[in-house]
Ligand binder design. Structure first.
Ligand code: DP6
Length: 364
C-alpha cells in the first residue's frame, strides 16, 4: 500500500452528530524505533509488546457544522478539565492527517481523554493517546463510509496514529506488533504497524512488564528532538542495520522460545538506544543512578537464580522489567524486595502483554 491509498473518495453517507469512544494501550518496544525521516517514516523497523494496563480512553462527540470552519473546531478535556496546552499537538496532528480525513473542518469535536496511569509518571502517553484519537476519528469515517473493511480500518488507524506519534502505530492491535519495512517480515511497512505474522512460542504468550518509576519528572528530551539526533549521528548507519539484524534474530527466538537469546537482544536494544543518545551531538544521559542500580540488581538476580527476567528502557530513566508468566511469583517478590526501593516514592505499575485497543459502548 502507498500513502495515496489512504485518501478517501467521496463519502456516501452523511452523519450530523454522534459519539464514539476507544480505549487504546501503550506498548513497549523490544527492537527500538530511534531515528525518523520526513513524514514520520522510521529509519529502521521496530517491534513491541502491546501493553494492557497502561492505556488512554478517549471519547469524541462530533457535531456537523452548518458550513466548514476555517480552522479546526474542537474542545479538549483531559481528565475532566479543559486542557489548553494539549491543543497545539492536536492541531498539528489534524494538519498532518486532514488530507486523509477531509471531513475534519466540517465538524465540531469535543475530545475527552484520560489515562489509566498518572500523567506525571514519566510514562509516555503519546502512543496510547494518539492511537485512541486516531481510532475515534476513523470510526467516524467508517460511519461516513460503512463499506470500509475491518482490515483497512485497522491499517488506516495505524497509519494515522503514526502521523501523530511513530510508536502509536504499534498500539492498535496485540499482542506483538511490528512497524517498518523489514525484508524478512511479510507485509511489513513503514506506513503502519502490522500484527506480528509468524509463530510465537508459548514462552512469550503472557509476558509481564512491571514498570519501575525511577524518575517521574517531565521528559528531558522530547521524542522529536531525540529522533533528530540520529541525523548525522556517527553510528547511525550501523545502528539502523543492527535493528534489522536484531529483528531477524527475534523472529527465530519467537519461534524457538529461547529466552536467553531474547534477553540478550532486548537488553542490547535498550542499552543501544541510550548509547545513541550518549554519543549524539548534543548528547544526553537519561538514565539516573537508580536506573543503573536496578539494572545491576537484575543482572545479579539472574546470575544467582537463573531466572529469565530482563529489562528494557524507553527514552528516560524508568525501567521496564520483563518476565515470563511461569516466573511471575518469584520475580515479583524480587521486585518488591530489591527494586521498589529505587523508585520515586516506591511507585511502579504492574502491566503485561495486551491484545490491543477496544471500542467502548456509548449510551445514547
Ligand atoms: C524510545 O513514538 O514517542 O520509545 O514519532 O516523535 O512521536 P515520535 O516518537 P515516539 O518515539 C518512541 C521512541 C522509543 C522507542 C520505541 O517506542 O520504539
Amino acid at each position: 500500500m502507498i500513502e495515496k491509498d489512504f485518501i478517501p473518495s467521496a463519502y456516501n453517507h452523511t452523519i450530523t452528530e454522534g459519539k464514539v469512544s476507544y480505549k487504546s494501550p501503550s506498548n513497549i518496544a523490544l527492537v527500538k524505533y530511534w531515528g525518523k525521516k520526513e513524514n514520520q517514516l522510521p529509519q529502521n523497523p521496530s517491534i513491541s509488546f502491546t501493553l494492557d494496563a497502561c492505556a488512554t480512553t478517549t471519547k469524541i462527540s462530533f457535531k456537523r457544522l452548518n458550513k466548514p470552519s476555517e480552522e479546526y473546531s474542537f474542545d479538549l478535556l483531559f481528565e475532566g478539565n479543559s486542557k489548553e496546552d494539549f491543543k497545539p499537538k492536536i492541531k498539528i496532528f489534524f494538519t498532518r492527517i486532514e488530507v486523509y480525513l477531509p471531513f475534519l473542518k466540517e465538524y465540531h469535536f469535543t475530545i475527552e481523554t484520560s489515562n489509566s496511569f498518572p500523567h506525571s509518571s514519566g510514562i509516555a502517553s503519546s502512543a496510547s493517546g494518539m492511537s485512541a484519537l486516531a481510532l475515534c476519528l476513523v470510526a467516524l469515517e467508517k460511519q461516513l463510509n460503512p463499506e470500509m473493511s475491518d482490515d483497512f480500518f485497522t491499517k488506516k488507524v495505524s497509519f494515522l496514529a503514526r502521523l501523530g506519534s511513530g510508536s502509536a502505530c504499534r498500539s492498535i492491535e496485540g499482542d506483538i506488533v511490528q512497524w517498518g519495512n523489514h525484508e524478512n517480515t511479510e507485509g511489513s511497512s513503514d506506513l503502519f504497524g502490522i500484527k506480528y505474522p509468524y509463530k510465537v512460542h508459548d514462552n512469550f504468550k503472557r509476558f509481564h512488564d512491571t514498570i519501575l518509576l525511577v524518575d517521574k519528572g517531565q521528559k528531558q528530551v522530547s521524542s522529536t528532538v531525540g529522533h533528530n539526533l540520529m541525523h548525522n549521528h556517527p553510528f547511525a548507519t550501523q545502528r539502523f542495520k543492527q535493528a534489522h539484524e536484531n529483528l531477524d534474530k527475534l523472529i527465530a527466538v519467537f519461534e524457538s522460545g529461547d529466552l536467553k537469546e531474547f534477553i540478550a537482544i532486548v537488553e542490547s536494544e535498550a542499552l543501544t538506544l541510550h548509547a545513541m543518545m550518549m554519543t549524539s551531538m548534543p548528547n544526553f544521559i537519561l538514565m539516573k543512578p537508580n536506573t543503573l542500580e536496578i539494572i545491576n540488581k537484575i543482572w545479579e538476580f539472574r546470575e544467582k537464580s537463573n531466572s529469565n527476567v530482563c529489562f528494557t528502557l524507553d527514552a528516560g530513566a524508568n525501567v521496564h522489567v520483563l518476565y515470563p508468566e511461569n516466573e511471575k511469583d518469584v520475580v515479583f517478590q524480587f521486585i518488591k524486595d530489591e527494586l521498589i526501593g529505587y523508585c520515586e516514592n516506591q511507585q511502579y505499575i504492574c502491566d503485561r502483554i495486551g491484545f490491543g485497543a477496544k471500542q467502548l459502548k456509548m449510551n445514547a
